[in-house]
Design a protein around this ligand. Sequence first.
Ligand SMILES: Cc1cc2nc3c(=O)[nH]c(=O)nc-3n(C[C@H](O)[C@H](O)[C@H](O)COP(=O)(O)O)c2cc1C
Ligand code: SF4
Ligand code: FES
Length: 544
Amino acid sequence: MELIGELNRLQQAQGHLRDEDLRDLSERLRVPLYRIEEVISFYPHFRTTPPPKAEVAVCRDLACYVNGGDEFCARVTKLLANDPEIEVREVSCLGRCEAAPAALIGDVPLGASPEDVAQAARQPGRRRSAGPSAARRDWRIDLYAGSELEPYAVLEAYRDRDEEEAAAEIIERLKASGLAGMGGAAFPAGLKWELVRKEAATPKYVICNADESEPGTFKDRVIMAELPHLVIEGMCLGALVCGADRGWIYIRHEYEPERQALQEAIDAARSAGVLGERFDIEIFVSPGGYILGEETALLEALEDRRGEPRNKPPYPGQSGLWGKPTLINNVETLAMAPAIVQHGPDWWKEQGTRGHHGLKFIGVSGHVERPGVFEIPMGTTVAELIELAGGVKDGRRLKGFAPGGASSNFLPAEAADVEIDFKSIAEAGSMLGSAALIVLDQDADMIAAATNVVRFFRNESCGKCVPCRVGTEKVVAMLEGTLAGDGNGALREALPDLEVTLAETSICGLGQVALNPITSALKYWGDEMEGEGRTAPVRRRVGK
Ligand SMILES: Cc1cc2nc3c(=O)[nH]c(=O)nc-3n(C[C@H](O)[C@H](O)[C@H](O)COP(=O)(O)O)c2cc1C
Ligand code: SF4
Ligand code: FES
């Protein structure tokens, strides 16, 4: 944590990691230079050469791609071609999929025309984020909005009680509510808190996973910007239950406005005496990519190593940060805990519809009129959610959708009546995953869309397991050949074996699901491959 924190600070101060600073750092921390090099070379955020005058990062992933991202990037590049001091880079999902095609200049997110992006890149004053926007909506999980209760009232009430009794009641309420982990795996939150509580080793830690980097996924960003006090209170409740005295919010570096919102809320909580004495929270800015959201890769980064996932078991709850029991939860899981603990499991269950329980934050992007984050009753159908987002763009018909982010299987329009819930979506052949509904309209090229997603996994593979590293590369090469019109049937032949190999031999979820997009696209739209290959490259509309 110390090493990566120092590297972040040096890069922030000097623009890049200078040799002389690294030598000083090596002496100061007593860490050999080769170890520092090992860390720097893993993380894409670190640079060892001076930065350009301005850096424009343009997202190339699914929600942006289907909204004309390639053309957008080409246009921005062309507009800035005569300014050699401005660098335009294609990057993975920026977590601003509702603003597709999304761009970032320095710390400042932009969802604007190529001309506006190019103009902003030329203005030196436009590189530092001014913090989160002041606009905040009403959310049902915010138990303090319009109430006489002061923020952190739930925590304060439990802190004043007998510790054993308080922990038992919180665990009981979470378990009875059925709250599932919202980071993708849906592990029961109450059970996880109980397991960490039962661990004998001390000290214990709480980590909020705010890495959120899967294409289409941006719900946690909105929660952190608008409800940071709930995230902090959720962490405090977790710490009270588990007996932790330190906590970290692990946030991706592209979320600077949200980091500021969290820091302001942490400072306010310290001033109010909520944080500090018994439990305190720090923010750790991740220098990494998508893989750092995997909980053990995240731990490796916090321990100043390359962010490669660990073999499990042991799970972080038993042996996490520095080998100690560590409660790791997603932003949304933590933000939901205070309302459930306060209002009780029955209240939570009543928030759902059609027999499903609770509320869910979902990011909706792709071909919809009003992309954004929606807080819906569990059990709302995909078709209803698309309507909430203004319907399919330009009055077109729905062709297919990914219900749970890039790693979820695509489903066809006929499945849009599926009720949104972990179990129902799994029964329909996909998963709720990272709660990112990506909508594709009648003319979308599903093979091109699937290629885009497999390419994302190829780019983001940490490379630790050979099947994931080589397999994703192989499939992308075959898909690109197919898209270019020279497919020769090799992909269909190789895919079943590759899929089983990756699913069974990959250490982490990235490799295990990396081929889902293409296998599901072939299942429903296999005819679009046209037998031995496609006769014409990318025939159907993908972008705007
Ligand atoms: C490749 C990969 C990326 C992940 N990214 C995230 C992420 O960005 N945020 C998150 O909360 N969980 C992410 N997860 C899941 C975490 O490993 C972990 O299950 C989760 O943080 C636990 O919190 P929860 O129980 O509240 O869901 C990812 C998993 C994998 C395999
Ligand atoms: S499955 Fe892929 S991303 Fe996960 S540990 Fe293996 S190589 Fe890394
Ligand atoms: S910002 Fe482009 S896919 Fe998320």
